[in-house]
Design a binder for this molecule. Structure first.
Ligand code: SAH
Ligand code: SF4
Length: 455
C-alpha cells in the first residue's frame, strides 16, 4: 500500500511541478514513506534521516533548499516526536492527509525553520481530493479499495496508524480501474489492510462485498485481478464463489494465519482458530482446486511455547503453502501484546524462525518444481535481465524470464517452463505467440516510476 500511496503523492505533486528522481541528491524534497509494522522498519527511518541531514546541509551550503518529509505510519504514530529526534525534518504527515501536500509544502516554505505536522484522521476522504493518475501505472497496477482495520489483533499497530476500516465506493473504484486499464494496466491488485472486509456503497446505494466488486471489474475488462491482504474471517461465500466463477481472478490467495496454536491465536485476538482456518482453506480449494496459498506467520509471540510452535509447523504441513512471509514477533508501542508477560528470548525466536522458514522454503520449492515442463500463462510486464528477454509472472505470481520480443509486454502468453531456479523460472514462449502481434503498444508503459520521471 505504501507503493500505491507514494504514486498517489506523485500524482498530487505533479501539477505543482514536482517529478520523481532517481536519487535524493539534488532533490528539492525528499519524502520518506514509512512503515510502522515492525520495530526494524520504524528504526530504519531514523538512520535514513541521519544520511539525509548531511545531504540537506550540503545543499544549504550552496544556497539551495531541501524539504525533508516523513510520511506514512511511523509519521502517524510518532508525530512531532520525529522532529524532536531529527530536527532536519520539515514535514510529518500520516497516510490519511497526503492530499493536503501542496498546502503543507506552502506552509513549510513560508518561514525559515517552519515545521508542519498533520496526523489528522480528516473528516474528508482523501480519495475525493486526489487528482487522476498523473504517473503512468505500468502493466501491473495497485488500486486501494479499503483502508484501516477494526480487528485489533493484539500485536498489530494497523488499527492505530491507518485508523478505522473504510471502504471506497464501487463507482470510484471502477472509474479508477478503467483509467488504469486505459493507461495500459493488464493486472490490478486490489489493496486494503483488511481487503476482504470491503463493504463499499454500490451504484444503487446498496452495500457491495469484495466478491461482487471483483465480478464487476472482470466484466469491465480487467484482464487479471488479485487482492491483498485478507483476514480468514472475512472469506465470505460470495468471495469464495468469485474464485470459482471469475477466471480473471488469479488462483493465488494470500491468507495470513499467523500461528497454528489455538492458545496463541486467542491471545492474538485473531477471532479464528486453526480448525477454522483449515475449514476455510478447504472451502476455497473446493471452489478453486488449483488455488495456491500464501500466508504470514509470527514466531515468538509472548507466551509461545515449543508445543505452540509445533502446532504452527503442523498447520503448515497440513495446508501446504506455495509461498509465505514469516516474522519474529516485534513488540509495538501501544499494542496490548507488548504489555504482556512471557516475552520469548531473541535466540529462541531466531531458532524458531529458521525452522519455520526451512519448512516453508521446502514447500515453496516443491510447489514450483511441479511446474517443470508445464505450459503456463505469463503476463510479461517488463524487459528481462538479459537482452532479448522479457520478465513476467504466472497466475501464481512466480517470476518467469523468457526470450521474447518487446511487443509482447502487456500480453498474457503461453510459455513452456524449462528450468526452475530458487527465485525465478525460465520459460520458452509458445511458437504461435512468436508470430502474433502483442497488445497495442501505444499506451503501454513498462518503465518504473523513477525511469519515467527521469525521462
Ligand atoms: N491484515 C493482515 C496483516 C497486515 S500486517 C492480516 O490480518 O493478517 C502484515 C503482517 O505483518 C501480518 O500478517 C503479521 O504477520 C506481521 N506483523 C504485524 N504486526 C507484527 C508484529 N508486531 N510483529 C511481527 N510481525 C507482525
Ligand atoms: Fe493488523 Fe491484520 Fe489484525 Fe487488522 S486484521 S489488526 S491489519 S493483523
Amino acid at each position: 500500500m505504501n507503493v500505491y500511496d507514494s504514486s498517489r503523492m506523485a500524482d498530487v505533486l505533479a501539477p505543482h511541478g514536482y517529478g520523481m528522481v532517481e536519487s535524493p541528491d539534488g532533490a528539492d524534497m525528499v519524502i520518506l514513506n514509512t512503515c510502522h509494522i515492525r520495530e526494524k522498519a520504524a528504526e530504519k527511518v531514523y538512520s535514513e534521516l541521519g544520511r539525509l541531514r548531511l545531504r540537506k546541509q550540503a545543499r544549504e551550503a550552496i544556497g539551495e533548499k531541501m524539504i525533508i518529509a516523513v510520511a506514512g505510519c511511523v509519521a502517524q504514530a510518532e508525530g512531532e516526536e520525529i522532529i524532536r529526534r531529527a530536527d532536519c525534518v520539515d514535514m510529518v504527515f500520516g497516510p490519511q492527509t497526503y492530499h493536503r501536500l501542496p498546502e503543507m509544502i506552502e506552509r513549510a516554505n513560508r518561514a525559515v525553520g517552519a515545521k508542519v505536522v498533520d496526523t489528522d484522521f480528516p473528516a474528508e476522504d482523501k480519495f475525493d481530493f486526489l487528482p487522476d493518475h498523473a504517473v503512468n501505472p505500468g502493466v501491473t497496477a495497485f488500486l486501494s479499495v479499503q483502508e484501516g482495520c477494526d480487528k485489533f489483533c493484539s500485536f498489530c499497530v494497523v488499527p492505530y496508524t491507518r485508523g478505522a476500516e473504510q471502504s471506497r465506493p464501487v463507482a470510484a473504484i471502477e472509474a479508477e480501474a478503467m483509467r488504469l486499464v486505459e493507461a495500459g494496466a493488464r493486472e490490478i491488485t486490489l489493496l486494503g489492510q483488511n481487503v476482504n472486509a470491503y463493504h463499499g456503497v454500490g451504484p444503487g446505494g446498496d452495500e457491495w462485498g469484495l466478491g461482487r466488486l471483483i465480478e464487476r471489474l472482470a466484466a469491465r475488462g480487467v484482464q487479471r485481478i488479485r487482492y491483498t491482504t485478507s483476514h480468514p474471517r472475512d472469506m465470505d461465500d460470495a468471495l469464495i464463489a468469485a474464485h470459482r466463477d471469475v477466471p480473471q481472478l488469479m488462483p493465488y490467495l494470500h491468507l495470513p494465519v499467523q500461528s497454528g496454536s489455538d492458545r496463541i491465536l486467542t491471545m492474538m485476538n485473531r477471532k479464528h482458530d486453526s480448525d477454522d482456518y483449515r475449514r476455510i482453506v478447504e472451502r476455497i480449494r473446493d471452489a478453486r482446486p488449483d488455488i495456491a496459498l500464501s500466508s504470514d506467520f509470527i514466531v515468538g509471540f509472548p507466551g509461545e511455547t515449543d508445543r505452540d510452535f509445533a502446532d504452527t509447523l503442523r498447520l503448515i504441513s497440513d495446508i501446504g503453502f506455495a509461498q509465505a512471509y514469516s516474522f519474529k514477533y516485534s513488540p509495538r508501542p501501544g499494542t496490548p501484546a507488548a504489555a504482556e508477560d512471557g516475552h520469548v528470548p531473541e535466540t529462541v525466536k531466531e531458532d524458531r524462525l529458521a525452522t519455520l522458514q526451512q519448512l516453508l522454503r521446502a514447500q515453496q520449492s516443491s510447489f514450483n518444481e511441479a511446474f517443470r515442463g508445464a505450459r503456463m500463462s505469463v503476463l510479461f510486464d517488463r524487459p528481462g535481465r538479459r537482452p532479448g528477454q522479457l520478465a513476467g509472472r504466472t497466475g501464481y505470481l512466480q517470476a518467469v524470464h523468457a526470450a521474447a520480443p518487446t511487443r509482447l509486454i502487456g500480453a498474457v502468453v503461453d510459455c513452456d517452463i524449462v528450468d526452475i531456479r530458487p527465485t525465478s523460472m525460465e520459460g520458452v514462449v509458445d511458437t504461435d505467440w512468436q508470430d502474433q502481434d502483442g497488445p497495442d503498444q501505444d499506451n503501454l508503459e513498462t518503465r518504473t516510476h523513477t525511469e519515467r520521471a527521469i525521462a
